[in-house]
Ligand binder design. Structure first.
Ligand SMILES: Nc1ncnc2c1ncn2[C@@H]1O[C@H](COP(=O)(O)OP(=O)(O)O)[C@@H](O)[C@H]1O
Ligand SMILES: [Mg+2]
Length: 267
């Protein structure tokens, strides 16, 4: 498997007292579906934001396809970002636009400002957007306004918009945190499937351990800005899970949904 992303001793401080990442190292290969688990405040969002340079790390190196992001120019970062799809907890859709218009926004990074301002998407872009929506089961809803959709449908639009970028890496920050267990499983299933079919590597942060165990090819446990587990889901024992989620007071903070929601993966 080809090396896609190298994270080398990455540190991030927001101020003198907040060290969100304290030296994180991680290689991501094509075809991996990595799930990051860890309690609230462990640094999951910070790590994902550093990877697509929404924020800059304070130290260490992030290398995407051989290019060090901290040394890249603004223009290079713009081009690299096209290859990195991002999915958000709160979907970040434009409510007043239709489903397909939201998905077409994934193409903006490839267009001139002029074409972007006037929504001058090519026929090919429109056709591809439709085909993507078909893949996530939304073909009948393409002309609905985004605000008329359920949470699970909105996140499938979020996945579609990221896919429209034609990414080689997909980042998702708690993509199912606002959804009920059944919708969560559906969204994870689509996300897993499209990444698997298109050979897109994924780095997904989740708060729910059961979904991590079900979908990840590899699990990273983050705790207080450090990786405390990096391995296969089948090697993640209950004792390890407990230690990842144990706070200073010795209390557990993980969110294990009923296992009924997490059955077999359909690929
Ligand atoms: N914009 C910010 N400014 C200051 N501190 C922040 C900011 N974002 C996150 N933090 C702090 O960094 C740490 C890691 O946060 P975060 O990456 O959001 O963790 P997670 O996503 O795992 O909940 C926490 O202590 C959090 O309070
Ligand atoms: Mg977060």
């Amino acid at each position: 498997m080809d090396l896609l992303l190298q994270i080398q001793n990455v540190k991030k401080s927001y101020d003198e007292s907040t060290h969100a990442l304290k030296g994180v190292s991680l290689d991501v290969r094509q075809g991996e579906f990595i799930v990051i688990i860890g309690s609230s405040g462990s640094g999951k969002s910070t790590l994902l934001r550093c990877i697509n340079q929404l924020i800059q790390q304070s130290g260490g190196s992030i290398i995407f396809k051989g290019r060090a992001l901290e040394k890249a120019s603004k223009n290079e970062i713009k081009k690299i970002r096209r290859e990195i799809g991002m999915i958000f907890q709160h979907y970040n859709l434009i409510d007043r636009l239709t489903v397909i218009q939201n998905v077409l926004h994934g193409r903006l990074g490839y267009m001139s400002d002029f074409r972007g301002i006037f929504d001058l998407y090519s026929r090919e872009d429109r056709w591809n957007a439709y085909k993507i929506l078909e893949r996530v089961g939304l073909a009948e809803h393409i002309h609905k306004r985004a605000d008329q959709l359920s949470g699970g449908q909105k996140q499938r639009v979020g996945i579609s918009r990221a896919l429209a970028q034609n990414p080689s890496l997909m980042l998702a920050d708690e993509p199912i945190a606002s959804l009920d267990p059944v919708s969560s499983d559906k969204v994870m299933n689509y996300l897993y499937r499209v990444c698997h079919e298109d050979n897109i590597a994924a780095v997904v942060s989740l708060h729910q351990v059961d979904f991590a165990l079900k979908y990840a090819t590899r699990i990273i446990g983050l705790k207080n800005g450090l990786i405390v587990y990096d391995g296969k889901p089948e090697d993640l024992t209950q004792t390890l899970i407990d230690s990842i989620y144990e706070n200073e007071k010795g209390q557990q903070e993980y969110d294990l949904h009923s296992r009924a929601a997490a059955q077999t993966v359909v690929v």
